[in-house]
Design a protein around this ligand. Structure first.
Ligand code: NAD
Ligand code: TYD
Length: 349
């Protein structure tokens, strides 16, 4: 039986990837390696935690010695690398943890693979990245796989750096790799520091919904299970050394997205129409706020026959239903440390 190491599998996207790999690939033994930072939560995986082909290991990718030992103990054939610090606002407040996890952690993982994989035959290092490495677009144009890197936040700079290092290990040492760069994800299990779950949580509690600047920034939103489907496909069929952009074909200005969410929430909560919109509060803009991200997914569509399965209204309604049905999940992770962090962030704006 081959072993696949998924890093960051207790996080938002990672939990969907782990579930998909465990259920779709009984021929693989899946190890989920996660440090369980504030963003990691094993509750995201309770439904598959006892599957015979699944195991969780707590560990930090910044600890190179730990990784070397893990690769000596386990015969690992493939890696899907999602572990990262992932929130732009946190990277503005504390860049160093992003340098450590996203850059040093990725190099540690590459080194552990290189040392263990004397022979690269049948091996794969799959690095999960973001469209934010390409920088910020004006009102037109799309990011393609050939767009020059131009990261502008500490988060995107750390992800760009890790992408370059993964490619460098391919070109220098011949390591088999693939990289995908995806647009903004949304859906179940997303930590409520990101726009959509944060707004859902605040609407539920009748708290202000903070909109940075004028709310004119544009993001391309993809339902997380569609991302997991794309990742599974690239893992199986992606060409060695190739990069794939993954997008939702679904651009929204933040303010329009929040208005749609407010409408859905009013309906689901049976509140008077307009109640949630009344919570919209414009706050100080994010420093260096990228105006627009948008992805050209032609390559993955043509080469791997992938496209998003859900339209945004369906995906958002499904997401809201999940958060309403899992309010205890939200309460547990937003109590204590998180709540004081959030209150401080909001006060600072
Ligand atoms: P997340 O913050 O929800 O989860 C990150 C996971 O990594 C957590 O479980 C955390 O415990 C773990 N982790 C963090 N530091 C670690 C360390 N040092 N050692 C081991 N584990 C550690 O992030 P996410 O939104 O699920 O993003 C996953 C990946 O996808 C990231 O690489 C991110 O850059 C990329 N990505 C995210 C999006 C998005 O919209 N969320 C879009 C494109 C790409
Ligand atoms: P976010 O979910 O943090 O993702 P990213 O910064 O990686 O795109 O933010 C999405 C957009 O929403 C981005 O333009 C910033 C904006 N935003 C707000 O207006 N208010 C908020 O409270 C948050 C968290 C984000």
């Amino acid at each position: 039986m081959k072993t696949l190491l998924v890093t960051g599998g207790a996080g938002f996207i990672g939990s969907h990837v782990v579930r998909k790999m465990v259920l779709d690939h009984p021929e693989f033994h899946i190890i989920n390696l996660d440090q369980l930072t504030y963003a990691g939560n094993l509750e995201n995986l309770t439904d598959i935690q006892d599957a015979p082909n699944y195991r969780f290991i707590r560990g930090n990718i910044v600890d190179g010695t730990f990784l070397e030992k893990l690769f000596q103990e386990e015969e690992i054939h493939g890696v899907i690398h999602l572990a990262a610090e992932s929130h732009v606002d946190r990277s503005i407040a504390d860049p160093m943890s992003f340098i450590n996890t996203n850059i040093v952690g990725t190099v540690n993982l590459l080194n552990a693979c290189r040392n263990a994989w004397k022979d690269f035959e049948g091996k794969l290092f799959y690095h999960i990245s973001t469209d934010e490495v390409y920088g910020s677009l004006g009102s037109s144009g799309l990011f393609t796989e050939d767009t020059a890197y131009d990261p502008r936040s500490p988060y995107s700079a750390s992800k760009a750096s890790s992408d370059h290092l993964v490619r460098a290990y391919h070109h220098t040492y011949g390591m088999p790799i693939v990289i995908s760069n995806c647009s903004n994800n949304y859906g179940p299990n997303q930590f409520p520091e990101k726009l959509i779950p944060l707004a859902i949580n605040n609407i539920l509690q009748m708290k202000p919904i903070p909109i940075y600047g004028k709310g004119e920034n544009v993001r391309d939103w993809l339902y997380v299970e569609d991302h997991a489907t794309a990742i599974e496909l690239i893992f199986r069929k992606g060409s060695n050394g190739r990069t794939y952009n993954i997008g939702g074909l679904n651009e929204w200005q933040n303010i329009d997205l929040i208005r749609l969410l407010c409408k859905i929430m009013d309906e689901k909560l049976e509140r008077e129409s307009g109640t949630s919109e009344g919570l919209i509060t414009y706050v100080k803009d994010r420093a260096g706020h990228d105006l627009r991200y948008a992805i050209d997914s032609t390559r993955i569509a043509e080469e791997l026959d992938w496209k998003p399965s859900l339209n945004f209204e369906e995906g958002l309604a499904r997401t809201v239903t999940w958060y309403l049905e899992n309010q205890e999940w939200m309460q547990r992770i937003t109590s204590g440390v998180y709540q004081s962090y959030y209150d401080q962030q909001y006060r600072d704006r």
